[in-house]
Structures are given as structure tokens and as C-alpha cells.
Write a protein that binds this ligand. Structure first.
Ligand SMILES: Cc1ncc(C[n+]2csc(CCOP(=O)(O)OP(=O)(O)O)c2C)c(N)n1
Ligand SMILES: [Mg+2]
Length: 287
């Protein structure tokens, strides 16, 4: 990929982080950790990979994105807003009773949300059903899903994983956001599913392990899918929970953040620093 394109996507990722903070400011709380760890994944999907049309969210041939770990909704809302699915002012309604952006995504309220999620362990079944439907319809549309690593403790996922490989759903690409934490502690201590790559392979999937914050790697990896002929693909993305907010990074107590105004200010300063670094990179690249 061209440096210019990568830096543009990194700037978009920063803007999505700023949108997430705007949501937190409005609602004064939210699932920040898993939202921030998956910013680069959603940036790559919505700004490079997915065939979507924000002005026509119901376009039949569009690719589908299923946010299986629905509590990560802040990153979905922030990305859809950045992509132009709706006015950014809606971000300021987060936390209000009648908001189109509830604590878990609702497809009947907000354009661009493909399915309702929040109860963990259902998204992979939904995504597999969509992918099977596209096969039956002989559609070229693809299905992408994002799961949390803690979410994998739900047994229903493994039933869906078996079905997806049995039905040869090579039009399905799943990300596991491996930030190594879930709600109450490290995933390996709460309910370990390591080694994840071997487990997915045993269930009949093509597997890649990547740096989940490297946009170029994410895009190049997705472009290689299906990784194995006739198999669904899973990308295990190694990430840092709360990535971008220095005082919250890799801390389980920031799974859900009840924010204080002075913490918001600190987070804004972190984002300003990221912006400064990006400006230097852009200058160095002569863009
Ligand atoms: C069926 C179900 N059980 C429990 C919960 C409560 N819950 C919300 S988030 C979470 C932890 C998820 O961890 P992970 O999938 O690793 O998400 P991330 O680290 O990306 O935030 C739990 C247990 C839920 N939403 N659904
Ligand atoms: Mg996790």
C-alpha cells in the first residue's frame, strides 16, 4: 500500500477515537476498552474493504459487518458516523433515553447497523447464516464479523464455527480482537481458549495471527482471504485494550469506564499527541 493511503487511514482511525470520546462525554460512561482495541479493524473494514454505500444502507449487494461483541458499540457508532451513515450530532445523544445509539446496537434505530447484538455468542451464528444465504443466492457479497476474545467462552460460537466450515463458507471473514482481557480479568484466567489458532484450525477454518493495530497488515491479510480453499477465515488480531488512552491501556478496570471530566481531558491530550506524531510522519513522507 502507498504510504499516503496508510497515513490517511491512520488519521481516520484517530478521528474515530475522537468520536468515541465524544460519545463517552455525552453518556459519561461506556465500554471503552474493547471499543478502542478494535478501532484499526473497523477503520480498515469501513474505509478500505467493505462494499457499502452510506447513502443507501439497504443496498442489497453490500457486504455485511456483524459486531458480534455488541458491547463494543462505541466503535461501530463512531465509525458509521465518520463514514457518513448519519449526522455526527447523533453522537451527542449517547446515554439519553430516546437515543438512536443505545448501550448495545439496534438495527431498527440506526442506519448501518446490520443486526442487534449484545448478548455475547450469537454474532457468529448470524454472520454464518448471512454467508450461507449469499452462497444460496449466488451473491458475491461477503460477510465480516468481529468477536471479543472473552466472548469465545460462549459455547454457541463453537457450534457456529463447525457449521460455517461444514457449509464451506469461504465468503466469511471473522476477526477475534485478542486484547487478552474480558470483563473481570485476563481471558486465560477466566476461561481459556488458547491456543486459539490451533482451536480454530481444528474446527476447519483458515487462520492468521496479526498485529491488530497495523492497518496495512489488516488490509493485506483480509485481501488474502479465503486463507484456505473452501474454508471460512479467522484473523486473530493481537491488540491492546483501551489503545490510545495511556492511563487506561491494558487495564481490566477500563472494560467499562465511568468517566470523570479530568480523565476526558487527559484522554484528549493523548489524542492530541497521536495527532502531532501523525503530522510528523506526514511531513517526513513529504505529503
Ligand atoms: C451472554 C452474555 N454474558 C455476559 C455478558 C456480559 N459481558 C459484557 S462484555 C463481557 C466481556 C467480553 O469480553 P471480550 O469478548 O474479551 O470483549 P472486549 O475485551 O473486547 O471488551 C461480558 C462477560 C454479555 N454481554 N452477554
Ligand atoms: Mg477481550
Amino acid at each position: 500500500m502507498e504510504t499516503k493511503e496508510i497515513l490517511k487511514l491512520e488519521s481516520t482511525a484517530l478521528q474515530i477515537r475522537r468520536n468515541i470520546l465524544r460519545l463517552i462525554k455525552a453518556g459519561e460512561a461506556g465500554h471503552i476498552g474493547g471499543a478502542l482495541s478494535s478501532v484499526e479493524i473497523l477503520t480498515s473494514l469501513y474505509f478500505n474493504i467493505l462494499r457499502t454505500d452510506p447513502k443507501n444502507p439497504g443496498w442489497k449487494e453490500r457486504d455485511r459487518f456483524v459486531l458480534s461483541a455488541g458491547h463494543k458499540c462505541l466503535v461501530l457508532y463512531a465509525t458509521l458516523a465518520e463514514k457518513g451513515f448519519f449526522e455526527k450530532s447523533i453522537l451527542d445523544t449517547y446515554g439519553a433515553l430516546d437515543s438512536k445509539m443505545p448501550g448495545h446496537p439496534n438495527m431498527h434505530k440506526l442506519p448501518g447497523v446490520e443486526t442487534n447484538t449484545g448478548a455475547l455468542g450469537h454474532g457468529l451464528s448470524i454472520a454464518s447464516g448471512m454467508a450461507l444465504g449469499f452462497k444460496i443466492d449466488k451473491s458475491s457479497a461477503k460477510v465480516f464479523a468481529l468477536m471479543g476474545d472473552g466472548e469465545l467462552a460462549e459455547g454457541s460460537n463453537w457450534e457456529a464455527a463447525s457449521a460455517a466450515s461444514m457449509h464451506k463458507l469461504d465468503n466469511l471473514v471473522v476477526f477475534v480482537d485478542r486484547n487478552r482481557l474480558q470483563i473481570s480479568g485476563p481471558t486465560v484466567e477466566v476461561m481459556s481458549y488458547e491456543p486459539l489458532d490451533e482451536r480454530w484450525r481444528a474446527f476447519g477454518w483458515g487462520v492468521r495471527i496479526i498485529d491488530g493495530h497495523n492497518i496495512e497488515t489488516i488490509i493485506e491479510t483480509v485481501n488474502q482471504a479465503p486463507f484456505e480453499k473452501g474454508k471460512p477465515s479467522v484473523i486473530i488480531a493481537d491488540t491492546v485494550k483501551s489503545k490510545g488512552i495511556s492511563f487506561a491501556e491494558a487495564r481490566v478496570d477500563f472494560h467499562y469506564w465511568k468517566s470523570k471530566p479530568e480523565e476526558i481531558e487527559l484522554a484528549e491530550r493523548d489524542f492530541d499527541n497521536i495527532e502531532e506524531q501523525l503530522k510528523i510522519k506526514i511531513k517526513e513522507a513529504g505529503i
